[in-house]
Design a protein. Structure first.
Length: 476
């Protein structure tokens, strides 16, 4: 542990041991009526970063309107994150506006469920994500990206065309999650499903930013669009579940594993509704987040050619011109470092919240019951008190010798504690294989004049897509 990290942890423990009684966490200047609502809406990422930089690792925010006021605490302290996500996670639940909005689509899946029900679902689902089972999907992942390369990327590179790489990653990961989870190729429905996903994200963002979101059953145009998008996703998922119930032949995909899995304590299996909720959760989360991580990685490699050359050197040395396999993933060390640094700068799950059940103390300040605690990887990962040159792209931070100096819970792109994302191993293997396949064959250059800014919706997307010029890699 570095001296900086040791001093930070020692200070936190000292403050936690002697919490101030009459002090409140520092707060940026606020509107007397709406609090920080307008500033937050105007520039979410910038506002949260400035709040942390200017006021410390625990910042009091409040968002008001005529009907109610919400008090929130932005935590950019690793020990505070450990406290909320691991040591006292039972005191912090997911009854927040963000998670309530996600439940409209995801139902009671692993991401949104709570308590004993979540624990039971996690026990049933966990074996499906064992490392050896996940490794069995590597061939399908590489086949999906190679097929898209031959049909779209090779012709585009020969003609000197630009590609929206973000859209390409979405299409590839959509096929992968369809094949590995449901044994279907959703390519034919890609435009329809992609449009539904876009409608869901727009609807989510508007509902979370609305002062008083209307019940989804009300016949507004926005609600109709949201309901139509949900119906499109359900049509695909429920049709497959119904077909599986009628067919006695098992399938070696994630749905088959979930259908056959049983709770070790009770012997129960998932109902169709539970299967639907878990599949939709994994379908949407697994598709969107991996695609975004890869999109940001290609942007960063375009802007940092030395890192791009170092990555290509590793791929040539390890792969020797062949396609990557699951066995190669542990050997692709710099590839992993590029992805980890990308997830530091642009974590797709950029912000999430927990609500305090009972009063508590964080970073030496009192947290009243009912308060929202914001855990924002985007802010934590750029905290200048934790990271040297926090805005710089430096994959070497995650080398084996350097990563030991990163404070625990200073880096959590997949969450942390008992609720850490169950699919993180799947996502990292998929991202490694896709990045290795594409970068070993192509050189991607950002279109001049277009440097996309991050757009904070439910996930962190590149605003306006990611138009890039695709050329054959040197020496290929």
């Amino acid at each position: 542990m570095t001296l900086r990290a040791a001093l930070h942890e020692a200070t936190h423990r000292l403050l936690s041991a002697t919490p101030p009684i009459d002090r409140r966490a520092p707060s940026p200047p606020a509107d007397p009526v709406l609090g920080h609502l307008r500033a937050f809406r105007a520039d979410q990422l910038g506002f949260l970063l400035r709040a942390c930089t200017d006021h410390g690792d625990l910042v009091h925010l409040w968002f008001g309107n005529r009907l109610r006021r919400l008090d929130a605490y932005l935590c950019a302290d690793p020990e505070g994150a450990r406290h909320v996500l691991q040591e006292h996670h039972r005191n912090y639940h997911k009854r927040t506006r963000g998670f309530d909005t996600l439940r409209l689509v995801l139902g009671n899946g692993l991401l949104t469920s709570e308590g004993d029900f979540w624990l039971r679902q996690r026990r049933i689902a966990q074996p499906a994500f064992h490392r050896e089972r996940i490794a069995g999907f590597a061939y399908q992942m590489v086949r999906a990206v190679e097929d898209r390369i031959e049909r779209r990327w090779v012709p585009a590179s020969r003609r000197g065309e630009r590609l929206d790489v973000a859209a390409e990653m979405m299409r590839i990961t959509l096929r992968i999650v369809g094949e590995t989870m449901l044994s279907i190729d959703p390519s034919e429905d890609a435009d329809r499903v992609g449009s539904a996903l876009e409608s869901l994200l727009v609807g989510f963002r508007r509902r979370m930013q609305s002062a008083v979101p209307l019940p989804i059953g009300w016949p507004t145009e926005e609600n109709r669009k949201l309901q139509g998008a949900i119906a499109t996703i359900d049509e695909v998922v429920l049709r497959v579940i119904e077909e599986r119930r009628r067919s006695p032949e098992p399938r070696p995909d994630l749905l088959g594993m979930l259908m056959s899995a049983t709770d070790e304590e009770t012997g129960e299996r998932m109902s169709d509704q539970q299967l639907r909720d878990e599949v939709v959760t994994l379908f949407l989360a697994g598709h969107e987040t991996t695609a975004l991580a890869l999109s940001w990685a290609f942007l960063l490699l375009s802007l940092h050619p030395e890192a791009g050359r170092k990555l290509r050197d590793e791929l040539r040395q390890v792969l020797q011109g062949r396609a990557p396999t699951a066995e190669d993933v542990p050997r692709l060390e710099y590839t992993r470092m590029v992805l980890q640094e990308t997830l530091r700068l642009y974590p797709p799950a950029w912000n999430f919240g927990r609500t305090a059940r009972e009063p508590d103390t964080l970073a030496g300040y009192p947290i009243p019951a009912g308060s929202l605690v914001l855990l924002c990887p985007y802010v934590m990962h750029r905290n200048p008190r934790l990271w040297d040159n926090p805005e710089g792209f430096d994959p070497e931070r995650f080398s084996p010798q350097n990563s030991v100096n990163i404070p625990r819970f200073a880096y959590f792109p997949f969450g942390a504690g008992p609720r850490q994302c169950i699919g993180n191993g799947f996502a990292m293997m998929e991202a490694t294989l896709l990045l290795a396949t594409i970068w070993s064959r192509f050189d991607l250059a950002l279109v001049p004049g277009h440097v996309p800014a991050p757009q904070p919706t439910v996930t962190l997307r590149p605003r306006g897509g990611l138009p890039m010029l695709v050329r054959a890699a040197p020496g290929t």
